[in-house]
Design a protein around this ligand. Sequence first.
Ligand code: GLU
Length: 294
Amino acid sequence: MAGHTGHRKSSRIAVFTTRFAPSPTGQLHLGHAYSALLAYDMAQAARGRFLLRIEDTDTARCTPAFEAQIYDDLAWLGLAWETPVLRQSNNTAAYDAAITHLGDLGLLYPCSCTRSDIRSAASAPQEGAPMHGPDGLIYPGTCRNRSWEDRKDSDAVRLNIARALDQLTTLPAYTETGIHPALRLTRAHFIEGVGDVVLARRDTKTAAYHLSVVVDDAAQGITHVIRGEDLATATPIHVLLQALLGCETPIYRHHRLIRDEGGKRLAKRDDARAIALYRREGASPQDIRRMVGL
Ligand code: GLU
């Protein structure tokens, strides 16, 4: 299925290529600065490539102003990246092709469950204790037997994970060089700890994060994914999708998160730690590096 992603499996040693992939849904804060600087420094040390990717598939929450601020803050921090920058909103044909491919393999089904439908189905007495995966509650499978042809007007498209695993001759695996050992990817982990995740929303029109990140990492030839440990539980689904789509699996490095004094990880709404604010207050890029422990 290499043609769909534009990235073929090859035995050539690829040049170290990493990326920073923010979503323009808020201001960059110290946690983003750490992630971007760490990836940039590693690319420099390896004489490799550093790419920037704008993950703006969620058009309701992304704004041009936040996107412009991302370029400005990163340049101020001293980062340089290759152009043109890949913006996911310009790349929907590639996600559609991947969805069509997985749908043709019989691995997808349409789903119209609301959050509250999922909550009540998952907490039904016969289901046992509700299990959580990378996207919250493990989907209880209410729509699993719906046909792919029935997808028009559905709210979401889900991956039938059991069927996806049946497609593969071996379970996928990956290398982790960050703070966690790689998760052991057993069938039970996929079924109970990942579940039937959403790959597209709104009648397949919008790729969900798991799909777009895998398609783009492959198309951009990313050899090293460097990102926060909050995304470590999503990695199994990414590695599985890479196997299904015939893409290489990069090396993963999940790094520590920058936390506030109370130990809570920073969120987009933590404007008090926005890079833009530190800049206005006269901080230098070196100050930011020091604050995040680089
Ligand atoms: N766009 C994601 C975020 O802002 C990061 C995706 C990734 O690094 O894989 O959290």
